[in-house]
Design a protein around this ligand. Structure first.
Ligand SMILES: Cc1cc2nc3c(=O)[nH]c(=O)nc-3n(C[C@H](O)[C@H](O)[C@H](O)COP(=O)(O)O)c2cc1C
Length: 173
């Protein structure tokens, strides 16, 4: 029996369908994430990117993350993970805050992905531009220094894009 979601993509609904022997390692919730989870199961590597929203990864990322990890968690102390085919993972996050602001959070994600999906690299690009032209806002966005943002976008951001590309290429090898 499958559970159908009326929305395109949902979080883990704690149905414990993946904790039945016949579904072991498979989320049985049917929605927009089902083909994604199926494709990951067939893949040789996984690259996930998310912006930081309100000091966390986005809700869409969380939905994927919860169902990807939880389907492999057995709750069996001797053998807690039923993933028999670990694949390398690259997790990328962009943020307004500096790249050092979410170190603990990213390490937590890395640890969980290491344990339940495969060896995981993390990469953060912080202090992103967000707006091309800060002079056109309806009121002054005084929390930001537009000049510093622009300079960083032109100098450091291209380097970070190159680094992210290299990490992806290394994962593909
Ligand atoms: C709803 C929303 C919440 C956000 N919350 C945060 C936040 O808590 N911390 C942060 O560093 N950036 C936050 N941001 C900024 C995004 O992380 C940023 O726009 C994203 O990394 C992409 O950068 P870009 O717009 O320059 O491409 C938020 C953006 C939005 C739209």
């Amino acid at each position: 029996m499958y559970y159908y979601s009326i929305i395109l993509l949902t979080i883990c609904i704690s149905c414990f369908g993946c904790k039945k022997e016949k579904n072991k390692g498979r989320c049985i919730c049917r929605d927009g994430l089902t083909p994604v989870l199926d494709a990951i199961r067939e893949s040789d590597g996984l690259i996930i990117g998310s912006p930081n929203y309100l000091s966390e990864m986005t809700a869409s990322f969380r939905a994927l993350y919860e169902r990807l990890i939880f389907q492999n968690l057995t709750y069996n102390a001797e053998n807690p993970c039923c993933n028999e085919r670990p694949i390398p993972v690259l997790l990328i996050m962009t943020s307004n805050a500096p790249d050092t602001a979410f170190v603990d959070m990213m390490r937590n994600y890395q640890q969980a992905l290491n344990g339940f999906v495969g060896p995981t690299e993390i990469f953060v690009s912080g202090e992103t531009l967000q707006l091309r032209d800060y002079s056109k806002t309806d009121w002054p966005w005084t929390m930001f220094d537009p000049e510093a943002k622009k300079k960083r976008h032109e100098t450091i951001f291209p380097e970070e894009c190159r680094k992210a590309f290299e990490l992806g290429a290394a994962l593909a090898k």
